[in-house]
Design a protein around this ligand. Structure first.
Ligand code: CO
Length: 139
């Protein structure tokens, strides 16, 4: 079962410029910047209440983000839902006929195990399932 909307991923051409813009828009700076080398992206995260905004910038032409921007321009790239047990959710959704883009969960940004669902399976929306690997301890 899905617990909540974890974040919305936005594809941007220039992370530095987008960080400045979203800092102004949201009134808070990103709490984290992280490179995900396996995906050829740099990311930043903004906390917005219970959910987050993830900005993604391509570092290489073969990055999915570069291809997305080439085809559609900047904009909303994916919607991410937090799940408690990503393996169980993947099995449930695979059995229900959803097309998963990876057979096993992979390591994503922000201490998450992630799996993507093909937009064809979700009304044109790229859906990310994510499970927190190392919950941040609250003081
Ligand atoms: Co994401």
């Amino acid at each position: 079962m899905v617990r909540r909307l974890e974040h919305i991923g936005i594809a941007v051409k220039d992370l530095k410029e987008a960080n400045a813009l979203y800092t102004q828009l949201l009134g808070v700076p990103p709490y984290k910047e992280e490179a995900v080398e396996s995906e050829y992206v740099n990311t930043s995260f903004f906390q917005t209440g219970q959910s987050k905004i993830e900005l993604l910038e391509a570092t290489e032409a073969q990055s999915a983000i570069a291809k997305f921007i080439e085809k559609k321009g900047e904009g909303i790239h994916h919607v991410a839902f937090e799940v408690e047990n990503i393996h169980a959710e993947m099995e449930r959704l695979r059995d229900a006929g959803f097309q998963l883009l990876n057979a096993q969960p992979k390591k994503g940004a922000d201490n998450k195990l992630v799996c993507f669902i093909h937009p064809k399976s979700a009304n044109g929306v790229l859906v990310e399932l994510c499970q927190t690997i190392q919950p941040e301890k609250k003081a």
